[in-house]
Design a binder for this molecule. Structure first.
Ligand code: SF4
Ligand code: SF4
Length: 223
């Protein structure tokens, strides 16, 4: 399981991230921001209390964040099919809490990354600090052209602060008759031979092809 430090480092390497909240009108709103620090309590970000972002955070107590490294560019091959530079995406969703100014000052004493928060509060007094304190998420490492390894996808789900999560991938039940069709059609090399056959969730893209083609409906979606 990834630690909060590793989660932070992966997001920090991306830099600018998309932060999404549920607005009062029922729409999901997104904007660009970043995490500026972490500790054992979670990941920290900031905004100003006059922004809609702040109001939505306070109203819902929730946020969802994602980003992509090293490039979000999409190029196209001779058949006009999309092609991506190998890298990873990260996403995280969970519960947030606003810090008091005393808490921020206390953290700034021992955590160098909080200097930026203290500086911002001085410069922009309406700055407010939040911690993403209970969350689950996923690192999705992709190499679709298999330039560096023999499989396209390697992913890892994580959680902290007591948040549960569901492991990725579909599952094969005992109804499997070991025909091997699913392993043949899986372009992600995610299916291992066995009794029954088994899906390696970290490599599975949940494309649904095996689910669609299994002759005895032995594959289930874990939801
Ligand atoms: S296609 Fe269905 S029955 Fe055949 S090996 Fe895969 S899970 Fe088993
Ligand atoms: S859902 Fe797609 S990627 Fe996952 S095991 Fe089935 S065929 Fe492979």
């Amino acid at each position: 399981m990834m630690t909060i430090k590793e989660i932070y480092e992966n997001f920090n390497q991306i830099g600018c991230l998309t932060f999404s909240t549920l607005a009062e009108n029922g729409y999901v709103e997104s904007r660009i921001a970043h995490f500026f620090a972490f500790d054992e309590d979670g990941l920290y970000f900031r905004t100003m209390d006059v922004k809609p972002f702040y109001r939505e955070l306070k109203q819902t107590g929730k946020v969802s964040v994602c980003g992509m490294y090293p490039s979000s560019q999409v190029s196209h091959d001779e058949n006009n099919l999309p092609s991506f530079v190998p890298g990873y995406t990260m996403r995280i969703t969970g519960d947030i809490r606003e810090l008091t100014m005393d808490e921020v000052a206390e953290k700034a004493k021992s955590n160098r990354d909080f200097n930026v928060a203290a500086y911002d509060i001085k410069k922009y007094p309406r700055t407010r600090i939040f911690v993403l304190c209970r969350a689950w998420g996923e690192r999705y490492d992709f190499d679709y052209a298999k330039e560096k390894r023999d499989h396209k996808l390697e992913r890892e789900r994580f959680a902290y602060g007591g948040m549960p999560y569901v492991n990725p991938g579909l599952a094969i039940t005992d109804a499997c008759i070991e025909c091997g069709k699913c392993a043949e059609i899986c372009s992600f090399n995610a299916i291992e031979k066995g009794d029954p056959y088994r899906i390696n969730g970290n490599r599975c893209d949940e494309c649904g092809n095996c689910f669609h083609d299994c002759p005895v409906s032995a594959i289930i979606s874990k939801g």
